[in-house]
Design a protein. Structure first.
Length: 315
């Protein structure tokens, strides 16, 4: 998986491919795991596609809140598609190799989508803050142009963060160690198998992870604290319940996504010294994307009603 070349009078090693160890399974477990992962992947893509279709086809959902939800669903289709197809194939395949270029490409897109989602969830929290705390100014503040600019900013943040991180990771040397104790190319397992000084890459990864996680997280917390104080001032219990109901689904998604990724990406190299951490990765790459559309559908009356209307009319 590597070849040697001379540089400055010494031998250097360039890794041509990595082997993704994934999850050790017996022959009986392989087919079951393959079927489960394939079903979860297809359901995740289908759920998110249905949400996009419902939002596009219903005039009642042409609001900033659902514009952001549609973008979140679009993002999550790509987010799972970067990881899960390769993961599913590797369950049954004896050849679990991924080329160095393929590994860097997978890492680049995955980090882009993760970072974009962090910022997008913060933007969605800000949207709920303006809707509840500044209802009279809401149409003026959350204009179509401003919403489009916010989405563009989310993607730019994701792409920029990913490009900076990758520029440091791609420069590392991996010598003869080509086995990654994971089911996809992530930063932490790559840092663990590097035989060169990875301190600069670790520092950059930590600083960027801190910025991309903590700034959106602070925005979410500040937004919901303001929402809480505003809602508690509403005199009627029905009014308070209605205000909270518009936030509950988003808040649930935020808690699930942030809690499963926070410690992994704010504490890079140490997390992958334990095999159990692969199970945490399964939560945010497989389970959470599957649950998110269900949470929005089950906890949001407008989305449920629009879906019934869309598919009843089609039948």
């Amino acid at each position: 998986s590597s070849f040697f070349y001379r540089m400055g009078g010494r031998n250097e090693t360039k890794v041509m491919y990595f082997i993704l160890l994934g999850f050790p399974t017996t022959a009986e477990q392989q087919l079951l795991l393959f079927s489960a992962l394939l079903l979860v992947y297809l359901l995740t893509v289908l759920e998110n596609f249905l949400i996009i279709l419902t939002i596009r086809n219903n005039h009642s959902l042409q609001k900033p809140m659902y514009f952001f939800l549609g973008n979140l669903s679009f993002l999550e289709i790509w987010y799972v598609s970067v990881i899960e197809p390769k993961m599913i194939v590797d369950v049954l395949s004896h050849d679990k190799r991924i080329s160095f270029q393929g590994c860097m490409t997978q890492l680049h897109f995955f980090v882009t989508f993760v970072c974009t989602e962090y910022v997008l969830l913060a933007v969605m929290a800000y949207d709920r803050f303006v809707a509840i705390c500044k209802p009279l100014r809401y149409p003026l503040i959350m204009s179509h142009r401003f919403c489009a600019q916010l989405i563009a900013a989310c993607w730019m943040c994701g792409l920029t963060t990913s490009s900076i991180k990758l520029s440091f990771i791609a420069r590392l040397s991996f010598c003869d160690v080509d086995r990654i104790n994971h089911y996809f190319c992530d930063i932490s397992p790559l840092l663990n198998i590097s035989c060169s000084d990875s301190s600069s890459a670790e520092l950059v990864d930590f600083i960027l992870a801190l910025l991309v996680i903590m700034v959106p997280l602070c925005t979410v917390v500040a937004s919901y604290l303001c929402i809480l104080f505003t809602v508690l001032k509403i005199p009627s219990s029905q009014g308070r319940k209605k205000a909270f109901s518009t936030c509950s689904s988003h808040l649930t998604v935020v808690v699930l996504f942030y809690s499963t990724t926070l410690f992994t990406y704010a504490h890079p190299k140490l997390m992958y010294t334990y095999r159990a951490n692969k199970l945490v990765s399964v939560l945010y790459t497989v389970v959470v994307p599957l649950l998110n559309p269900l949470i929005y559908c089950l906890r949001n009356k407008e989305v449920r009603s629009a879906m019934r209307k869309t598919f009843t009319c089609r039948r």
